[in-house]
Design a protein around this ligand. Structure first.
Ligand code: HEM
Length: 447
């Protein structure tokens, strides 16, 4: 239990050996942290990611940190790259449409291959593989670096297992040597990819990203390193989210039937069974509520800010220059005074209008907030809902006990993990994956 829950605190301080760390546990204070972007900045986290995770050399760090806080106007590598993200991934942007169309087509193909498999699988591993390959093809094109070097797929996941140690800079080579070696492999594979100009067949989004880096003077090798860190951003939170959503639905037979009843009528039979995520968003309140409730439980990354100048929040709490402030998302998402006495329960209907009795549901903080509100959230939501809808519509997942089909069980959440992202499962769950009874034909999910 976090101190905020034990003592009902809206903010508390943890002194560390060289600076103070503040945890904000109330939504109104969190909103103030998000609004105060001029003095409470997220950008130092981005530059530390370049230094510690992507191992930028000093010349590249200089490039990245020049005008990082837009002191002299809207230019510089970080401001221009962030604008590329926020414009390219905004609702209606051509980049977003290109990316979501491809990733959904890749995810649909993966589900359509299941008819031939009809076998036992580990569910997290299957989803991780499907999502990794679908995203690599989507962003980096058919000649992506894992296609030409399949060893880079396990290397990527090994690398991500060491991210927290790498970011804390606590002797990574000694503490997580395998992750450090895997990162080297990934750096080399990505460097080869860019050296061979294979990004020419990539998405427009990646072509522009590469151009922004090169225009600001980064070498090909540093572009490759930066993209190793970018892969963490696109894969490491979305993959467990879709796993938990699928597991939350398939482990509850009644919920599965109710969500199928929402989705089935949306199928358009045009040779393939076509469905769009847009229509899912408009017509499936229970699936959307289940998605949000899943995020409430597992989508608990803390928003982190460096205090650039003494800042007062809530009219009385002084955040000292040089300290770090975090929005304690996990504590807010579990707070009974916000969510009611059943806050610890998984209630798939919690976010449905009918449950809220005319009031708006409380906000979740999974995507952070303020000017740095995650720009990838529309992309992530589309791919997560799209793969989940394809699986619910086309597959049965169950545990086979002497011929009896039992609902799958969910593994425990890895609550010990530092809340840097979406919670991973502890272990995996072995399930039988077959075509859904009475359903034939290929599924095609579109944005
Ligand atoms: C379930 C999936 C995801 C989750 C839970 C997530 C969560 C977050 C959070 C919490 C932040 C920090 C915001 C803050 O503290 O205010 C963030 C920032 C960011 N995210 Fe995501 N994210 C996800 C997927 C993605 C994807 C798919 C992309 C890119 C395609 C992406 C790109 C970014 C970028 C570029 C930032 C930095 C924004 C800035 O500094 O202005 N994210 N994300």
């Amino acid at each position: 239990m976090e101190p905020s829950q034990k003592h009902n605190l809206s903010i508390y301080t943890v002194p560390t050996f060289n600076k103070k760390l503040y945890f904000v546990c109330s939504p109104p204070l969190a909103a103030q942290v998000h609004r105060a972007s001029k003095t409470l900045s997220f950008n130092p986290m981005l530059s530390e990611t370049c230094r510690r995770l992507a191992q930028f050399d000093s010349h590249s760090m200089e490039i990245i940190e020049t005008n990082m806080e837009k002191e002299n106007g809207n230019w510089g590598a970080i401001p221009v790259m962030l604008e590329h993200f926020s414009k390219g991934l905004a609702v209606g942007a051509p980049n977003l449409l290109e990316l979501t169309s491809t990733v959904l087509s890749e995810c649909s193909n993966r589900v359509n291959q299941v008819s031939e498999l009809n076998s036992e699988i580990y569910l997290f591993e299957w989803i991780r593989r499907s999502f990794t390959i679908a995203n690599l093809r989507t962003y980096y094109g058919p000649n992506h670096f894992m296609a030409t070097d399949p060893e880079l797929e396990p290397a990527f996941w090994e690398f991500q297992s060491g991210v927290l140690v790498m970011m804390s800079n606590f002797f990574p080579s000694l503490v997580v040597p395998k992750a450090v070696a895997a990162r080297e492999k990934l750096f080399k594979g990505l460097t080869r990819y860019f050296e061979q100009n294979r990004q020419e067949q990539a998405s427009d989004f990646i072509k522009k990203r590469y151009k922004v880096h090169r225009d600001h003077g980064l070498s090909v090798e540093m572009c490759a390193r930066s993209d190793a860190a970018f892969l963490i951003g696109i894969l490491v939170n979305a993959t467990p989210t879709v796993f938990w959503l699928v597991a939350n639905i398939f482990s509850r037979s009644t919920l599965l039937e109710e969500i199928r009843a929402e989705l089935d009528p949306l199928i358009e039979d045009v040779g393939v069974r076509k469905i769009s995520v847009e229509s899912v968003q408009k017509n499936c309140p229970l699936l959307l509520s289940t998605y949000r409730e899943t995020l409430r439980h597992v989508g608990i990354p803390n928003s982190t800010r460096l205090v650039l100048k003494d800042t007062v929040i809530g009219d009385r709490y002084l955040l000292k220059k040089g300290s770090v402030v975090q929005v304690a998302t996990g504590a807010i998402h579990a707070d009974k005074s916000i969510w009611g006495p059943d806050a610890a329960e998984f209630n798939p209907r919690r976010f449905m209008a009918s449950e809220q009795k005319g009031k708006a549901a409380p906000s979740i903080f999974t995507w952070g907030g303020g000017v740095t509100l995650c720009p990838g959230r529309h992309y992530a939501m589309t791919e997560i809902l799209g793969l989940t809808a394809a699986m619910v519509l086309s597959l049965d997942l169950f545990v086979d006990e002497e011929g009896k089909r039992l609902p799958i069980t969910r593994p425990p959440q890895d609550d010990d993990m530092y809340p840097a992202g979406v919670t991973m499962p502890v272990g995996d769950v072995r399930v039988r994956m077959v075509r859904r009874d009475g359903v034939s034909g290929r599924i095609a999910v579109e944005p």
